[in-house]
Design a binder for this molecule. Structure first.
Ligand code: NDP
Length: 485
C-alpha cells in the first residue's frame, strides 16, 4: 500500500533538532511498518525547551497580533499542501481510516486559518468611567510560556486547537504530544516553523507523560497548562499545577449518552448512534457509549444497530473501502477486551466483540445493560455500545445524568418540545439533537462538565483565547483640554 518509510524524529527546541530515535511507533494495522523513531526526552530537555520558550516570549508577545496571525494563515496553506501525506501518516500512526484522517487534517488547516484571523480581532473592552477625563479599558495580554499536553486520538486537531489560539495571543509554547502519535505532532510543528514562526516560540518535546509531562507541569516558568486526556492523569496534573497556582485547563473523559425517544425514526437513530459509537473505532472522548432506548423503540433499535455493526468490519485504515480502523495499541485492546469480559457477565453481547486479527476488533453491541453496570459507568474508549432500556423521557434523562462524566449528549427525536426539555435538563458541555455525540464545529466553544472538564475555560471558538490571555484593567486619567482660541 504505497510507502512505508520510517521517519526519524527529534525534539524541536529553539528551532533545532535534538535527541536520538530510541523509541519507535509501529502501524497498528501492520506491525511490520515502523512509522517513526523518536527520542524519549527527559527533565533536561523540558528545562531547555521551557528556557528557550521563556527567552522567546518578550519578542513574540510584542509582535503585532495580525503579524502573528499571518504566520498561522501561512502555516494553514503549508499544511494544506501536505494534506494527503499528513493524513496518510496519521492513519499509519493512529489507525483511523484515511477518510477520518483526511477530515482531521482538514480541520487542523481550518483551525489555523480561523485563529490566524483572530489576530485581527483580539480585543479588550472599553467601559464608561464615572468621572470626567478618565478612560477605562481592559487589555488582553498573553500569559507567558504555555505547556500543551495532548492525547493520541485526535493527534493533529487537538494540538492545533490549543497551539493556534496560544500563539496568536502572543504566548510561547512547549508541546508534549502523546507518545503514540509523534509523527503527526512533527508535521504540525514543521508547518508552523516553515511558515516563519520565530525560533523558540513553539518547541516540541517527546517523552513519557510521567517524565516529560510531570517535569513540564511542575516547571515554575510554565504559566499555564492546557491538557486533554484521561481524567485520572488530568487530576494529577491539576494537583501539581494548582500547588504553584499555575493556570490549568483540563478536558478529559466521557461516557456519552444517546437517547432514542419513542417517536424517533429508528433507522436514522441507529445510524447516528453507530457513527458516534463505532466511528473512529470508538476512540473519541465524545463517543457514544450508552444508547438509552425509550419504550417501544428498543427491539427495532437493537435490530437496526446489529445491521449497522455488521456493516462496519474493521480493517486497515489505508484501504479505500475501510469502514473502521484497528484499535490504537495492545494496551487499549487489552482494556477493550477486559470490558468485553465484564460486559458478558453483566449484560448480553448480541453483536461483535471478536478480535479478527492483530488489533482489529469487531464493533460490539450489548443489550440488557443496567445503569449500575460497570460498562455503563466507566469510560472504555473502544468500539463498544451498550443499550439501556427505559420507560419514558424523564427516566432517560435521569439515566443519562447518572454519570461522573458530562461531556457530550444527544437525543434522536422528531418532537422539538421533547428536544428542548432534554437540552435544559441534560448535564453535558455539548448537547445535540438528531446528531451523533461526536463531531464538533471549530467556532463553537467546547468543553465538558463534571469530571469531563475543569469547566473553567472553554476550548475552540473565540472563547479559546480567554485561557491564553489575562486581562489588565486600565484606569487612564488625562488633564482638562484648554482651547487656545
Ligand atoms: P492519557 O491521559 O493517558 O494521556 C494524555 C497525554 O498526557 C499524553 O500526552 C500522555 O503522555 C500525557 N501524560 C500521561 N501521564 C502524564 C503525567 N503524569 N503528567 C503529564 N502528562 C501525562 O490519555 P490518552 O492519550 O490515552 O487519551 C485518551 C483519553 O483522552 C481518554 O480518557 C479520552 O476521553 C480523553 N480525551 C478527551 C478529550 C476531550 O476533549 N475531553 C478529547 C480526546 C481524548 P504519553 O502518551 O507519553 O503517556
Amino acid at each position: 500500500m504505497g510507502t512505508t518509510a520510517t521517519e526519524t524524529l527529534q525534539h524541536v527546541i529553539g528551532g533545532d533538532g535534538f535527541g536520538a530515535g530510541d523509541r519507535e511507533r509501529r502501524n497498528p494495522a501492520n506491525a511490520g511498518d515502523v512509522v517513526s523513531r523518536f527520542p524519549a526526552g527527559g527533565t533536561a530537555d523540558v528545562h531547555r525547551a521551557v528556557g528557550v520558550a521563556a527567552d522567546a516570549f518578550a519578542a513574540w508577545a510584542s509582535t503585532p497580533a495580525p503579524e502573528r496571525g499571518a504566520i498561522l494563515i501561512k502555516a494553514a496553506a503549508i499544511l494544506e499542501s501536505r494534506l494527503a501525506e499528513v493524513a496518510r501518516d496519521l492513519t499509519r500512526e493512529e489507525g483511523k481510516t484515511l477518510g477520518e484522517s483526511t477530515g482531521e487534517v482538514r480541520r487542523a488547516v481550518d483551525i489555523l486559518r480561523y485563529y490566524g484571523g483572530e489576530g485581527w480581532r483580539l480585543s479588550g473592552e472599553m467601559v464608561p468611567a464615572s468621572t470626567r477625563n478618565q478612560i477605562l479599558y481592559t487589555r488582553r495580554e498573553p500569559v507567558g510560556v504555555v505547556a500543551v499536553i495532548t492525547p493520541w486520538n485526535f493527534p493533529i486537531a487537538i494540538p492545533t486547537w490549543k497551539i493556534a489560539p496560544a500563539l496568536v495571543s502572543g504566548n510561547t509554547v512547549v508541546f508534549k504530544p502523546a507518545s503514540i502519535t509523534p509523527l503527526t505532532a512533527h508535521h504540525l510543528v514543521r508547518a508552523l516553523l516553515d511558515a516563519g514562526l520565530p525560533k523558540g516560540v513553539l518547541n516540541l518535546v517527546y517523552g513519557s507523560g510521567s517524565e516529560v509531562g510531570d517535569a513540564l507541569v511542575g516547571n515554575d516558568a510554565v504559566a499555564a497548562v492546557s491538557f486533554t486526556g484521561s481524567t485520572s492523569v488530568g487530576k494529577g496534573i491539576h494537583d501539581i499545577a494548582s500547588r504553584r497556582m499555575a493556570r490549568v485547563q483540563l478536558e478529559m473523559g466521557g461516557k456519552n449518552p444517546f437517547i432514542v425517544a419513542e417517536d424517533a425514526s429508528v433507522d436514522e437513530a441507529a445510524a447516528l448512534a453507530a457513527v458516534g459509537g463505532w466511528g473512529l473505532t470508538g476512540q473519541a472522548c465524545t463517543a457514544t457509549s450508552r444508547v438509552i432506548a425509550v419504550g417501544r423503540v428498543l427491539e427495532p433499535l437493537i435490530e437496526a444497530l446489529k445491521r449497522e455493526a455488521a456493516s462496519r468490519a474493521p480493517g486497515d485504515g489505508l484501504a479505500p473501502d475501510a469502514k473502521m480502523g484497528p484499535v490504537v495499541s495492545e494496551s487499549q485492546l487489552a482494556t477493550d477486551l477486559s470490558y468485553l469480559d465484564i460486559g458478558r457477565k453483566e449484560a448480553e453481547l448480541v453483536s461483535g466483540g471478536r478480535v479478527l486479527d492483530g488489533l482489529f476488533l469487531e464493533p460490539a453491541l450489548f443489550v440488557a445493560v443496567k445503569p449500575q453496570h460497570r460498562i455503563a459507568r466507566e469510560e472504555i474508549f473502544g468500539p463498544i455500545i451498550g443499550i439501556i432500556a427505559v420507560t419514558d423521557l424523564d427516566e432517560a434523562i435521569a439515566v443519562a445524568n447518572d454519570s461522573e462524566y458530562g461531556l457530550s449528549a444527544s437525543i434522536s427525536t422528531n418532537n422539538m418540545a421533547a428536544a428542548h426539555y432534554f437540552i435544559e435538563r441534560i448535564e453535558a458541555g455539548v448537547v445535540k439533537v438528531n446528531q451523533p455525540t461526536t463531531g464538533l464545529e471549530l467556532n463553537m466553544p467546547f468543553g465538558g462538565s463534571k469530571n469531563s472538564s475543569t469547566g473553567t475555560f472553554r476550548e475552540q471558538g473565540r472563547t479559546a483565547v480567554d485561557f491564553y490571555t489575562r486581562s489588565k484593567s486600565v484606569y487612564l486619567r488625562y488633564g482638562e483640554h484648554r482651547s487656545s482660541t
